[in-house]
Each structure stands twice: as structure tokens, then as C-alpha cells.
Design a protein around this ligand. Sequence first.
Ligand code: COA
Ligand code: AMP
Length: 631
Amino acid sequence: MSYRDTYAGWQADPEGFWMEAARKIDWERPPSRAFFDQGPAGEWYADGMLNACWNAVDRHVEAGRGDQLAIIHDSPITRSCRGITYAELRDRVASLAGALRSKGIEKGDRVIIYMPMVPEALEAMLACARLGAIHSVVFGGFAAHELAVRINDATPKAIIAASCGLEPGRIVPYKPLLDRAIEEATHKPAFCVIFQREQEVAHLIEGRDVAWHSFQFGVEPAECVPVEGNHPAYVLYTSGTTGQPKGVVRHTGGHMVALAWSMKNVYGIDAGDVFWAASDVGWVVGHSYICYGPLAVGATTIVFEGKPVGTPDAAAYWRVIQNHRVKSVFSAPTAIRAIRREDPEGKLIEDYNLRHFKTLYLAGERADPDTIQWAEEKLGVPVIDHWWQTETGWPIVANPVGIELLPVKRGSPSVTLPGYDVQVLDEAGHPLPAGTLGAVAIKLPLPPGTLPTLWNAEDRFRKSYLSHFPGYYETGDAGYIDEDGYLYIMARTDDVINVAGHRLSTGAMEEVLSAHPAVAECAVIGVADSLKGQMPLGFLCLKKGTNTPNQQVVKEVVGMVRDQIGPVAAFKTACVVDRLPKTRSGKILRATMVKIADGQSFKTPATIDDPAILDEIATALRAVGYPQHAS
Ligand code: COA
Ligand code: AMP
């Protein structure tokens, strides 16, 4: 069936479409219907009973795939590579789940997971799913404070962490970060499970910490506990406009159905294929397409502990694709830009046999046409940009390769997938004609697998996503749809920025900067960066009478962001200015500052309080090298 027919089929009978998709999943009790008009925005498969771990692991063993590799851990950082079969994975997960159960973890309990790219991270997620416990994975590049914020919000009964992560050239000890976070948090977990890595063996706190291996010793393996279709599988925190991250909730039924549907229809992946999402378990890509998606369809997933460049070189991707016969890769455009910068002619690619490699998928940030063209030419496979968010859990707009490869238009993630009705709206919420820029919104209800609410924050969910355009979900992105129905994402409409495919909040960074004793006022903007897409840049107005030299304050705030948000924020530059440009009502003109920093033409806003400040901002920006091409 063509894409057009598939989309029309969903439009004509969404209920039938999603009931049919649900048949690809094993249910302990099949749902009586797909959509339930309940909760703030509707729920899916609410009266079905299933288990996500069963669907991702056990059922493949039952179906005779026990000897197939479920996970390949390829770690150029530790110079090691090992595989775990489906049968081994089932036993390992059942044992871990049994140990968690013996310490009191049961359905509905929250468990925070703070781990690097090791298979044990997936095993921890799956062990929670086996028991119906709700996991919340925290990305390893976040600092102790960010972990503490999530501990307070999720109130976990347990935390599962590794002793350390490994970044090129340095060990990142996780345990001190974990200890600091627990000390800072007002909620305390009952116990912590520590996976000791040989690179850094952590000191365990008696009475609170248990070691991954020893606490599993002699326990009864746990069977899968069936849960309701609308039971939360996990909570994943993502950046909003403030320092308080949003806890995106994922319900089990829709999560499994949507991932199984997208693996086949978007990524063209079947049982036995090898799929590699080169991301991290701490992000939504890791949840959907490193862990649950490939495993739900019986494919082999790659857990890669390395970087696109520097581990040891810009051929790391090609080596992994060749050695493991990867069929499709999912990566961020930043990674391809980093590889291209090191190997502009793509010479290293020629050393590898990539005959199993069929498609490269890019998401997480805007894919610039230049990068897409380079990858197409050097790799000789379709390069598919696709657009989605932590909130949706799976693609909204994509070229549905598994159904049919539509013509690629570089710069566009292509067309709306079945389940989504994407529209571009004006400020008053009216749909705009083709080619006109506006707010990108999705007509309710959202499809299975998308967020039904925010953890402990239903009001915030309504306010953030549902209230601006009644009847729609507001994506926070701006863009337009062309005459052929291809979407173009142009910018965010809020203060979220995207640094190397990592979603970050400038508001959260501003909260850190304003805590510096010398800072009276501040602003953080995202400026264009040729490698990472965007980089954060701070502006500081210092308190009168501050004696500390400007450069010292800048150095200190850079350290504070690294210490409190984490190295992943990549906050490296700030400039000290006398005043910030504002409207007469006091709103900081961040969008205008971005245009100046990026060297784009702009109109001085009519509401500006004092236009002369823009010259001062331009001077301050030049001093730190912006606009980049002007220096
Ligand atoms: N644990 C601890 N620290 C981490 C980390 C982790 N899991 N991940 C990143 N960091 C640190 C890095 O070491 C770096 O620290 P530094 O400032 O001391 O150098 C900082 O956070 C920024 O990291 P990163 O954004 O990865 O930049 P980089 O300069 O180290 O590498 C690229 C540049 C392009 C190689 C890298 O950004 C990359 O691989 N990008 C692809 C991103 C991606 O796949 N995103 C997935 C979203 S779909
Ligand atoms: P995250 O929740 O981290 O996946 O980030 C989601 C945001 O990243 C989106 O709302 C967009 O702003 C941006 N984004 C993701 N994919 C794309 C894409 N293909 N093109 C442009 N922006 C994207």
C-alpha cells in the first residue's frame, strides 16, 4: 500500500487502524477498543493488559529467536565488543527484576536509572518494565543538581546507577554525583543499586547501596507482571522554559504499539535486522529506538559507547555499520557534521564494506541540506530527515521508508505520518495556507505512544500544550507546509534550544546565572553554530559596585552551569553588558539578540524601550566573535 493510501486509511478509520496495529503486540488481555476519551487529552488501549518486557524480550525467545543477538555493545572507548542473545537477555532481566522485587519494588514504584551506554542500562529499564515499575532514566551528562530535581519529582523507591561513565580521555565518576544528588534532594530512595565498572570502582554506602551482582545472588527470577494499557511505562524529563523539567509520561500500550508500527513502517526494520540508534539511553531516542522499538520487533540493537569522531577517528560509524551488518542508522545531524569536518572527502568511508547499510535517519535538530547532500553522496543511501519530540515518543513527520520512499526534499523532514494531523496555525489558531510560516500544531487526539500528561503536573500539561490553541497540541516549533504536504521546521517558539541534538532550556541556564552574587540581570540565547547547530550564549548585567573583574565573573558562571546543569549544556561563553534590550513592558528581546549574534538582518522592534542598546549588544557580541562569519 502507498503512503497516501495508508494515511487515507487512518483518516477514514483511526480506531480500526490502531486496533490493527495493536495486533503486532502480545496482550495478556486484548483491549476492547483503541481510543478512550479520558484524561486531559485521551488515552489508548486503557482496558488492555500487557507487559512491555514480555513484548521486547520473552516473546522472541518463545518464538525461537533465543539465540539471536538482542544487544550488541560496541564500545570503542573501552576497546570492547560483546553480544547478548535474547535468551541471555531474558535471564539477566528476570534475575535483576527478581532482585528488585525482593527489595520491595513493585508495580507503580518509580526507579531512577543513571547509567552510561552499557547494556545494563537497557537491562535496568526492562527489569522495571517486567515488574510494572516506572523507570525514569537521567542522562549521564547532567550534573548532581539536575538529578536531584528529578529525584524530588519522581520520588523513586530505588536508583540504579553505574559507578562511572566514560568520555573520551576522562572517566566521569557517577557515584559522587549520585551521592551529592541524594544529599541535595528532599526525597530519599530506599536503596541504590550500583553497577561497578572496572574503570572506577565506587565506594558503597552501607545500608543504602547494594552491588548489581551480589544483590541478585540467589534470588528468584521474576516473571512479567501484566499492566493496564494506560499504566505508565516510564517518565522521561525534558527541558521546558524553566529550570523545572517536564516529566513526560509514556503509557505502556500505546508506547509498544506505536514503536512496533514505526519500526516497520518508518524505519523498514523487521525481526532479525540490525538497527543502530547512535544516541544515548538518557534521551527519548534511546528509550524508543535503542531499547524498546528494535526489541519489540525482534531486531538486534546496537549500544554504542563512543563518539562519531575521536574514538578513535571519524570512521567509527562506518566500522560499526560494517562489523555488525547494520541495516539502518539513526543519528543527529551534528554527528554527521563532526565526521565531515574531520573527513571532508569521505575517504575513510571507502575503507569499509557498507553493503548491508540501507538508510540513514537524522533527527533531534534541523538537518541542513548541505549535510544531507554530503551524506547522500558519500554513503550512496537515502538520508532521511524526520521530526519528532520527547513528548511524542515516535516520529510525527517522516519519509515513511518502510511503506514507500517518497521523493526527498532536502531541508524538509517530509510528510505527516498516520495518526497525526499536523497543521500550521496563525496566532489566533486559524490554519494557514501552504507556504505560510506559523506555529506547528497537531489536531487532537494525539496518536498512541504520545504523552497523555506530565508527571505530577496535569495543569502544566494543559497550559504548556493544550491551552494556546484549543483542540490542538502545541509543538513549540514554528514552520510551514508546502504545496506537496512537506513540512519545514524553522525554529522553536519558546526558549528551548538544541545543542548537538540535545534539548536544553535557556531558562534553566538563566536561573543558574542569576544565582551568581555579582549578577543583577541576565539572558541566555541560542546562537547558530556550524558544528552543534546551536550554542548557548549568556549576557550578564553586573550589580553596581561589583569589584570582581568581568572575566572572573564570566569564568565563574561558566563553571556554575557546568556544575549545576552539567557539561552537556556546553555553556562556554558569556559577555558582560550594561543593559539588556527590552520592550517598554520589560520583556527581554531575545529573538533580536539572536539575529544580531547570527548576523541576520532584523527590524528594530517597535516596542523597544531604547534602540541604542542594540548597538551595545552588537559590540559585546563582536568582542566574543559573533557573528561567526564576520570575525
Ligand atoms: N556523560 C558525561 N558527560 C557527557 C556525556 C555523558 N553521557 N555526554 C556528553 N558529555 C560531555 C562531553 O564530554 C563534553 O564535555 P566537555 O565540555 O568537557 O568536552 C560536553 O558534555 C558536551 O558534549 P557533546 O555535546 O557530546 O560535545 P563534544 O564536543 O564532546 O562532541 C560531537 C561533539 C559532535 C561529537 C557530539 O556532540 C556528538 O556526538 N553529537 C551527536 C549527538 C547525538 O547523538 N545526540 C542524540 C540526540 S538524538
Ligand atoms: P527532543 O524532545 O529532544 O527530541 O527535541 C525536540 C525538538 O527538537 C523539536 O521540537 C524540534 O525543535 C527539534 N527537532 C527534532 N527533530 C527535528 C528535525 N528533524 N528538524 C528540525 N528540528 C527538529
